[in-house]
Ligand binder design. Sequence first.
Ligand code: ATP
Ligand code: ATP
Length: 160
Amino acid sequence: SDEFKIVLGALELYDKTVAHAMTRYEDIFMLPDTLNLSADMVTQILDMGYTRIPIFENKGLGSNDDDIKNVIALLFVKDLALLDPADSHNVMKIASIYNHEVRRVLEDMPLRTMLEEFKRGEYHMALVERLVEQEDKDPIYELCGLITLEDIIEEIIQCE
Ligand code: ATP
Ligand code: ATP
């Protein structure tokens, strides 16, 4: 029955980690901090349908496309509502005005813990990072995904 599946799904939250449920890095819709928003671009961003959009540092010429992007801010789509469409607006400038906190969690955080965090209500999206060991150097944190409450709920109700 559906109820049985949901209970099983909820139980699995104890075994599963954030990495199981997250949207993976390559599927994250994000924007470069250097982007200037035209009316057209705002329309395109709205069409994507996301509420929260990570802004990454655009390192410019010479930087490798394969580089893992460094997220430095969050743009909430609702922040675009008051813009004068006649002007051009730098995306980072808008993000700085609202200054939404970028929350980060590790990929091996239990989903149960992530759910408790979201339930506290301070934030609804987190960037997911993994710890990468380096020889002779301190380990680095590398962005590997993004998680929201909806991802956890899906994990609960889609249990096979
Ligand atoms: P389910 O069947 O409930 O979806 P599963 O037991 O098949 O889960 P996995 O196959 O381990 O779980 O992973 C689920 C998804 O998460 C896969 O798409 C996998 O590629 C992705 N994934 C798991 N770990 C990572 C990771 N460290 N980085 C990126 N993606 C990951
Ligand atoms: P809301 O429903 O709160 O208005 P939303 O539709 O933007 O916001 P969620 O409903 O929280 O986002 O999540 C829906 C799915 O979209 C989840 O799988 C989540 O991981 C994914 N998601 C959210 N934001 C992004 C983004 N910027 N890029 C890619 N995937 C995202």
